[in-house]
Design a protein around this ligand. Structure first.
Ligand SMILES: *Cc1c(COP(=O)(O)O)cnc(C)c1O
Length: 372
């Protein structure tokens, strides 16, 4: 058998030939939208801290108080060591804001999807998923053992064709979509899919990881999301009826067999959600900034804080990213397998804290160099 070292080197060579090598680049966040890499500083458009809450003084103070009172770690899974009291308030707040009876917090959004999907469907069941759903929904789907069929992105017709042709042959049926798609920034047709799910005896689950305003009414039966993006902490959640939450507590393996979040992260998320609930103006700003960018590019107005600039080949995305870096702007190239072949892109994530000048400069540079 080949050595481990030779195996890994050979695999890496293949990835490199396709311009798909990934590196973890040491990057220090300086507060606001500025980051430092090596000796250089950049304005970053590659961070999902949409509201700047990771550095908000109230959020930091809550986290610090929890840290000093309750220590650095949770000690065990919530079912083993007991659930920290701070979870009760966080889960009540999430359920209130999402308009459901209850919610359940996991250690990440990824863990939530891995735990929830297999708790809802199994080998005799059907999953019908938008082709652009996030990797962790596919992983949860695969883990469930259910038959998985995908429909063209946001195509209600294709989704319904699948349901008409195949729904009857399965037990339970789960439809998966996202309220805001992570790499494209467009929105899933939640209310139409919800009506379709009801017509065909299916449940709708939406991944709301990129939602900014938590109380947007959504017709999904199961709503999951993350505390690590707009909420500025870490963790994942699922919202739904009481019995569902009780069942997930008994069946979601990623909840049962993984250590709970540190108390400071729970406290930070709670403080951040209170700010999100109160500060409507703050929650509006990321999309306003995204619209400043789409206007400068001469494109239709953005509908979320995410704007992709699709350039095609992975190598071209790397070149576009390098060009912007020369001008002090950081927008990381997104390549397969995060997006499909030939749709490599720069993904711009806008924060409430971005100023107008770098946004407009990024747009001008992309136009000048023929990328947009
Ligand atoms: C980031 C993301 C997740 C995972 O959330 P984490 O808390 O970072 O693990 C899930 N779904 C979507 C759509 C995401 O963009």
């Amino acid at each position: 058998m080949t050595s481990l070292r030779d195996f890994a080197r050979d695999q890496l060579d293949r990835v490199e030939q396709r311009s798909l090598t990934r590196h973890v680049v040491q990057t220090e966040r300086l507060g606001g939208t500025r980051v430092r890499r090596g000796r250089r500083e950049f304005v970053s458009f590659s961070c999902n801290d949409y509201l700047g809450l990771t550095h908000h003084p109230t959020v930091i103070a809550s986290a610090r108080e929890a840290l000093e009172r309750h220590g650095t770690g949770a000690g065990a899974s919530r079912l083993v060591t007991g659930s920290h009291p701070a979870y009760a308030e966080l889960e009540r707040l999430l359920a209130d804001m999402k308009g459901t009876e209850r919610s359940l917090v996991f250690s990440s959004g990824y863990m939530a999807n891995l735990g929830v999907i297999p708790a809802l469907v199994g080998k005799d069941d059907l999953i019908v998923a938008d082709q652009l759903c996030h990797a962790c929904m596919w992983d949860g789907a695969r883990l469930s053992g259910a038959t998985v069929m995908r429909f063209d992105h946001n195509s209600l017709d294709r989704c319904e064709e699948i349901l008409k042709a195949h729904r009857a042959g399965f037990g339970r049926c789960l439809i998966l979509t996202e309220s805001v798609f992570s790499m494209d920034g467009d929105c899933g047709p939640i209310s139409d899919l919800s009506a379709m799910a009801a017509r065909h005896g299916a449940w709708l689950m939406s991944d709301d990881a990129h939602e900014l305003v938590m109380d947007r009414p959504s017709g999904a039966d199961v709503k999951m999301g993350t505390l690590s993006k707009a909420v500025g902490s870490c963790g994942g959640y699922v919202c739904g009826p009481s019995e569902l939450i009780e069942w997930l507590t008994n069946r979601a393996r990623s909840l049962m067999f993984s250590t709970a979040l540190p108390p400071s992260s729970v406290a930070a998320a709670t403080a951040a959600l209170r700010i999100i609930r109160e500060d409507v103006e703050l929650c509006r700003r990321p999309v306003e900034n995204a619209r400043r960018f789409t206007a400068a590019l001469g494109r239709p107005p953005a509908v979320s804080a995410i704007v992709p600039v699709i350039v095609g080949e992975p190598g071209r995305a790397l070149a576009a990213s390098a060009m912007l870096q020369e001008h002090g702007l950081l927008a990381v190239a997104i390549r397969p397998p995060s997006v499909s072949a030939d749709t490599a892109r720069l993904r711009f994530a806008f924060s409430a804290l971005h100023e107008a000048e770098p946004i407009e400069r990024a747009a001008e540079l992309l136009k000048k160099h023929g990328y947009a």
